[in-house]
Design a protein around this ligand. Structure first.
Ligand code: FES
Length: 115
C-alpha cells in the first residue's frame, strides 16, 4: 500500500468527481458533502468509464451505460444494471459486483489516496 497526493482540496468542489493517477493506478476521486472518496474508475458491469456517469442523491455514482448505481463511500451495489430493457440477459453472466474503493485523506489542503 502506498499513499499519493492527487490534488488540492480546492481543485475539486463538492459534488464533483475527477480522474487522477495515484502512482500507476487510475482512481476516480469524488468530493461529497462529508469529504473525499475514491473508487476504481470503471464500472464492474462491463467497464464503462464512471467519470462520465452522474453523482445522484449525494453519494451514489450512476454508470452512464446501463445505470448500475454504487455507493461511493463503500463501493456497494445500490442498484444493478437495469437499462435498457433486456440488459438482464447480459446480467446472467455479469452479476453484481461492488466497486473497489481506496482510503482517501485530506491533510493541509491536499487530497491523498491510498492504493
Ligand atoms: S457498464 Fe456500468 S452498468 Fe453496464
Amino acid at each position: 500500500m502506498a499513499r499519493y497526493i492527487v490534488c488540492e482540496e480546492t481543485e475539486l468542489p463538492v459534488g464533483e468527481m475527477k480522474l487522477f493517477k495515484a502512482g500507476n493506478t487510475k482512481v476516480l476521486v469524488y468530493h461529497l458533502e462529508d469529504g473525499f472518496y475514491a473508487t476504481q474508475p470503471s464500472c464492474t458491469h462491463v467497464l464503462a468509464p464512471l467519470s462520465r456517469g452522474k453523482i445522484i442523491d449525494g453519494h451514489f455514482i450512476r454508470c452512464p451505460f446501463h445505470h448500475a448505481e454504487f455507493d461511493i463511500r463503500t463501493g456497494e451495489v445500490h442498484q444493478w444494471a437495469n437499462f435498457p430493457p433486456g440488459i438482464q440477459l447480459l446480467n446472467v453472466v455479469r452479476s453484481e459486483k461492488a466497486l473497489k474503493t481506496h482510503p482517501t485523506m485530506l491533510e493541509d489542503g491536499k487530497v491523498s489516496v491510498e492504493v
